[in-house]
Design a protein around this ligand. Structure first.
Ligand code: SF4
Length: 706
């Protein structure tokens, strides 16, 4: 019998709806869901080939493995043996060193239900807040900035707003490659409305710039200088919304004083762009009726990431472009469920439903609800801090779920050293090729996309249900089930869920009355349609907001104590590792169109490998001439932290003095000498703890065979 299942793409934060068709032989085909409001039937190259990653099971982990000590190889064991040992080790370490001796490092690819149970286990029962996620590496600066500016981590806009805006300022993002379907909607909108203006700021002339009316090739790290200069021009030209500023914001005078400290001429020089282009950007924004700022990792992954975010959000606040059609600041999430992780509080400093760990009332509410141990007020270790603590010996054991830190963390040397020093490492994974497995004492095979059900939330607060279409391979289990079985082995109550729906219902209960109230949402509703939060029980009963909440802050009431948005005057000086005569080039990193994260899925699809088949270094012709390099020469890229060897691609699409490497390549699925994080610095933003993955100093030399 042929069957169809509705689900969502498990790659990027756009969150496209997919229909999976299964024929009577079990063969899968997929198509874009024509009824899904995000993609209306469209899929990008990664999405339309997603089923191949499931059908090719050649690399899948099929059963639990364990080793009795570090000198022995892992051997196949039963689930009971693996989880009994995991529980015994965790109990011993907690008894001897305290609850903060263990930690979970999870992923923005986990389903909301999985995030929820891991967070509950760690904060509510083990008694430590040491749970953090690889989303820390991509969007935590936006979380902090939204909270500081708007009083709550809430994305104010929707994809539908993209089709109502007449001016976009895209900063530090390449949606044409990294959020392709969202970009297709902008392309179509511009094709129908040629007056729509697109401004792109990026040190690299990416595919996104092809559609730009104005491309600002700024120097890396100068984003705040650029945003402040635009702010100054908007003020000078009178293109600000004084009524909105007066009635609905705080901090404008301090901001004005700050942005007036640099002349536009000086700012243009620092940014490495033409003064006339700065003025043109300000006039496009000033003349617009619907203005949206869009950004991603280019702003977030920075040692000053929060301030970069705030300086951009300020442009929406001073022009009053928020809470109305076609307007607002819109951070694009990289991962499919970074937003779901935020909802359930799956970060080291959060509690469920956007509650705060540092609020005693919030801790008490959650503790009473879970009926567990006292929730510690001490924030947990964040992503890079966990690996620092493994190296120092403060953290003894780490449980890694659905992420590959040996490739994705900055300064890979430090991650390797951390996992070598760890007393105990558990890795819950789908692929036998994930680099991190080499340090695992226990390996737990996880079910993948289509092998389990649950929910995810995309960049525009839209929750979509993912149906289970096939059985997991071998003995693999859904991640939530693995965690619940472990929790029961630890002797904890409250993890005897009969299915994921029960977990979701528990999460929903905790949102009631909060700013992300989804008390009107359940699986029955989600099986029929996706919904944007908030969506309350009252919404459901009275049939108001039937699709959920498209746009926030339409009443101009923000979630700060004064109900006003806050315009923050932030310093504009970059604090990254600066180039030196020995390491004179700035290395920036990013994604390529057809690969995803550390390639454990996309490398299996030959069609995707055809687009760009190996890692490469982008370099400006002037820098290449200085080094006697020609196109496709093999080069060594190095600094004091490490080295890698790739072919050079010489192009005027990158600024002089800047080089670019894709972030995807690791040591097993490519080569140790392709791993970009051999070079990156583990500096972090002091507020968001997000690493400075877009900026470090390197040198490049032609490789000569010994
Ligand atoms: Fe998947 Fe993102 Fe492509 Fe949509 S745009 S199909 S969510 S990778």
């Amino acid at each position: 019998m042929n069957q169809s299942f509705k689900t969502t793409c498990c790659y990027c934060g756009v969150g496209c709806g997919i229909v999976v068709n299964k024929d009577k032989h079990g063969k899968l085909t997929i198509e874009g869901d024509k009824n899904h409001p995000v993609n209306r039937g469209m899929l990008c190259s990664k999405g339309m080939n997603l089923h191949y990653t499931v059908m090719d099971t050649s690399d899948r982990l099929l059963f639990p493995e364990m080793r009795l000590n570090k000198n022995l190889p892992r051997q196949r064991v039963s689930w009971d043996d693996a989880l009994d040992r995991a529980a015994a080790v965790f109990k011993t370490l907690i008894q001897k060193y305290g609850a903060n001796a263990v930690g979970f490092y999870v992923s923005g690819q986990c389903l909301t239900e999985e995030y929820y149970v891991i967070n509950k286990l760690m904060k509510g029962f083990i008694g430590s807040n040491n749970i953090d996620t690889n989303s820390r590496l991509c969007m935590s600066s936006a979380v902090v900035a939204y909270k500081m500016a708007l009083g709550e981590d809430l994305v104010p806009t929707s994809y539908d707003d993209l089709e109502l805006a007449d001016c976009f300022f895209i900063a530090g993002a390449n949606p044409a490659w990294c959020h392709p379907i969202l970009w297709r909607r902008i392309e179509t909108h511009k094709a129908k409305n040629p007056h729509v203006k697109i401004i792109v700021a990026d040190p690299r002339k990416t595919q996104t710039c092809a559609l730009a009316d104005l491309y600002l090739p700024l120097n890396p790290g100068t984003d705040i200088v650029l945003n402040h200069a635009i702010g100054r021009l908007l003020i000078e030209q009178g293109n600000i919304d004084l009524g909105f500023i007066k009635n609905h914001t705080e901090g404008f005078e301090a901001y004005k004083n700050t942005v007036m400290q640099r002349t536009v001429e000086e700012a243009a020089k620092i940014c490495g762009i033409e003064e006339a282009d700065l003025r043109l950007a300000a006039s496009y924004i000033g003349e617009s009726r619907g203005f949206m700022t869009l950004w991603a990792m280019g702003l977030n992954q920075s040692v000053i990431g929060v301030n970069k975010n705030l300086s951009l959000i300020n442009l929406n606040l001073i022009t009053g472009h928020i809470g109305k059609a076609g307007s607002g600041p819109f951070s694009l999430t990289g991962q499919p469920n970074a937003m779901g992780g935020r909802e359930v509080g799956g970060l080291a400093n959060l509690l469920p439903a956007h509650r705060n760990l540092n609020d005693p009332k919030h801790r008490e509410e959650i503790q009473k609800f879970w009926k567990g141990t006292e929730i510690s007020e001490k924030p947990g270790l964040t992503a890079t801090e966990m690996f620092d603590a493994l190296r120092s010996g403060d953290l003894k054991a780490i449980w890694i779920v659905c992420t590959n830190p040996l490739v994705s963390l900055p300064d890979a040397r430090l991650a390797e050293e951390a996992l070598k020093k760890a007393k105990f490492v558990i890795v819950q994974e789908i692929s036998s090729k994930a680099e991190t497995l080499q340090y695992a004492d226990i390996v737990l095979p996880a079910a993948t996309w289509l092998e389990k059900e649950g929910t995810m939330t995309n960049s525009e607060r839209r929750i979509t249900y993912l149906a289970k279409a096939i059985e997991p391979v071998g003995e693999a289990l859904p991640d939530a089930e693995i965690i619940c079985r472990f929790a029961q082995k630890m002797g904890f109550h409250g993890f005897d869920y009969q299915n994921t729906e029960e977990i979701y219902n528990e999460h929903v209960l905790l949102t009631k009355g909060t700013n992300i109230d989804i008390s009107g949402v359940d699986y029955n509703l989600l099986k029929n349609k996706s919904i944007q939060y908030p969506y309350t029980l009252e919404n459901r009963q009275t049939k108001t907001n039937p699709e959920g909440t498209k746009r926030l802050f339409t009443d101009k009431i923000f979630h700060t104590s004064t109900k006003k948005a806050i315009i923050h005057a932030v310093p504009d000086v970059n604090e990254s590792e600066l180039p030196t005569p020995t390491f004179p080039l700035i290395l920036t990193t990013g994604r390529i169109r057809d690969q995803w994260h550390t390639r454990s899925k996309t490398s299996k699809v030959s069609k995707l490998n055809q687009h760009i088949s190996e890692s490469f270094l982008e370099m400006h012709p002037d820098d290449a001439v200085d080094r006697y390099l020609k196109m496709n020469d093999l080069v060594d890229v190095f600094n004091l932290r490490g080295r890698l060897r790739v072919k050079v691609k010489i192009t005027t699409d990158i600024k002089k003095g800047v080089v670019f490497l894709p972030m995807h390549y690791g040591k097993i699925l490519a080569s140790e000498l392709h791993r970009t994080n051999n070079l990156t610095h583990n500096l972090i933003d002091p507020q968001s703890k997000e690493p400075d993955l877009k900026f470090c100093a390197v040198q490049v030399k032609k490789y000569h065979k010994p």
